[in-house]
Design a protein. Structure first.
Length: 119
């Protein structure tokens, strides 16, 4: 399947999840506490998530579906964008509109995977 669409669908799913209870209707301070809790442990839930995403990216790069780059850094960048939208949900992107969220991801997040690595 098209990597741009995969990024769009995965990002829309993540945004939808963080907009639902128990994550959404809490204060900004509570959202920050939740993110901090997910960063604890060895490996933390955030590290496990990043490693899962990185492995999927690595497999796609090996298949030649996306340019080869550093999959851990790519996964880390994608996760930080999602965390940023969770911690600070005020955005010009209408996060309640799945189509708008997908369009944002296609345009701005898919280049994280599709742009060739440069030094």
């Amino acid at each position: 399947s098209d990597p741009r669409e995969q990024v769009a669908e995965a990002f829309a799913l993540c945004i939808d999840v963080v907009r639902q209870p128990p994550f959404h209707h809490v204060s900004a301070a509570r959202r920050a506490e939740l993110v901090a809790a997910f960063a604890e442990g060895a490996p933390s839930p955030l590290e496990r998530g990043r490693d899962f995403i990185a492995e999927a990216i690595r497999v796609q790069a090996q298949r030649g579906e996306i340019p080869a780059a550093d999959p851990r850094q790519q996964a880390d960048a994608l996760m930080h964008v999602i965390i940023g939208f969770y911690v600070t949900p005020t955005s010009p992107v209408n996060l309640a509109d799945g189509d708008e969220v997908r369009a944002f991801a296609r345009r701005y997040l898919s280049p994280i995977l599709l742009s060739p690595a440069t030094e």
